[in-house]
Design a protein around this ligand. Structure first.
Ligand code: TYM
Length: 335
């Protein structure tokens, strides 16, 4: 990406707060790769966001490098795209402060992720968890972003980002581009937990609830065998009455490049064992080459550092322009 932005801008980020799941891959990363060629893209490791939940420092550092390698292993070219760590571009935290002053307590307290995470981490309901969506808005707005590919769970955060940007623009003129979310229309936007298809698959869930991007073929097979289905035996998409089976069909389709209808037609009458086998095969065929490539990339620490240094320099140049404009508009004294 040249520093003179020409194509529309795509921005997305993932928290290096655990080993990514196939939910992250299907809902987000897979779309990054699909959209990459039509946009000037920034892909961020949201390490500051990860701090809203206690992290083991060494693990956070390791996972940040692993996530950078995963982005590249999934097919994102670090020459064309900007791949960087959020903490390496201080303008994110600086803009977040300004935007905090344009965000209301009431709207933040309505965020479902805040409510969920406060319930899960009742001993650590910190202010960062509360203002999480403001930092996310700063991430997106710093780069005059056109489109943000995310899973369905981030829809509300995208809405508040647009509200904050519109509020700011209504006072100071057109400072921020208003970003559009890019969320799959299908069930692929929300991959559900294998052991509880009523809740989202999450990297912080119980071990058997998710398939991680680092799982071996045996792990994948075992977890899918145990996945919750139902007792009617019919393979069809019906999220309301058959959430477990629908989730497996969605995973199988996304990982094999087929449509859900094709998966159902091929497996008709063969039973859930066949659906689980086909899903295992599809998942392993995507994960194995990515894992091998990620391992190869991670072995070269200098390369990862070069990518991140280059990424943060290019991101900083873009972010600085927006932040300077914001500082001027709000009346901060200029030297
Ligand atoms: P995070 O790290 O929780 O998830 C990364 C991406 O994966 C998507 N995702 C899912 N999609 C489908 N099914 C699931 N079960 C599933 N679980 C997660 C998420 O929607 C997300 O797209 N707040 C963001 C990180 C972030 C960000 C940003 C994203 C920080 N700044 C700016 C976009 C733009 C998050 O927590 O992602």
């Amino acid at each position: 990406m040249s520093e003179t932005v020409r194509k529309p801008v795509l921005y997305s980020a993932v928290q290096p707060s655990g080993t990514l799941t196939i939910g992250n891959y299907i809902g987000a990363l897979r779309n990054f790769v699909k959209l990459e060629k039509d946009y000037d893209c920034l892909f961020c490791m949201a390490d500051l966001h990860a701090l809203t939940v206690r992290q083991e420092p060494a693990a956070l550092r390791r996972r940040t490098a692993e996530l950078a390698a995963l982005y590249i292993a999934c097919g994102l070219d670090p020459e064309k795209n900007i791949i960087y760590a959020q903490s390496h571009v201080p303008m994110h935290a600086e803009l977040a402060w300004i935007l905090n002053c344009f965000t209301y307590m009431g709207e933040l307290s309505r965020m479902t992720q805040f409510k969920d995470k406060s319930a899960k981490h009742a001993d650590n309901i910190n202010a960062g968890l509360f203002t999480y969506p403001v930092l996310m808005a700063a991430d997106i707005l710093l780069y005059q972003t056109d489109v943000v590919p995310v899973g369905a769970d981030q829809k509300q955060h995208l809405e508040i980002c647009r509200d904050i940007a519109e509020r700011f623009n209504s006072v100071y003129g057109d400072v921020f581009k208003i970003p559009e979310p890019y969320i799959a229309k299908s069930a692929a936007a929300r991959i559900m937990a294998l052991n509880d298809p009523g809740s989202k698959m999450s990297k912080s869930g119980e071990p058997d609830s998710f398939i991680s991007m680092a799982d071996t073929p045996d792990d994948v097979r075992r977890k899918l065998r145990r996945a919750v289905t139902d007792s009617d035996g019919e393979i069809r998409v019906d999220p309301e009455n058959k959430p477990g089976v629908t989730n497996l069909i969605t995973i199988c389709a996304a990982m094999s490049g087929k449509t859900a209808e094709e998966v159902c037609a091929e497996l008709q009458g063969k039973g859930y064992g066949a659906l689980k086998d086909a899903t295992t095969e599809a998942v392993v065929s995507v994960l194995s080459p990515i894992q091998a490539e990620q391992k190869r990339i991670l072995a070269d620490k200098q390369y990862i550092n070069d990518v991140l240094k280059n990424g943060s320099e290019r991101a900083s140049a873009l972010a600085f322009r927006t932040l300077r404009k914001v500082y001027k508009k709000v009346g901060l004294y200029q030297l």
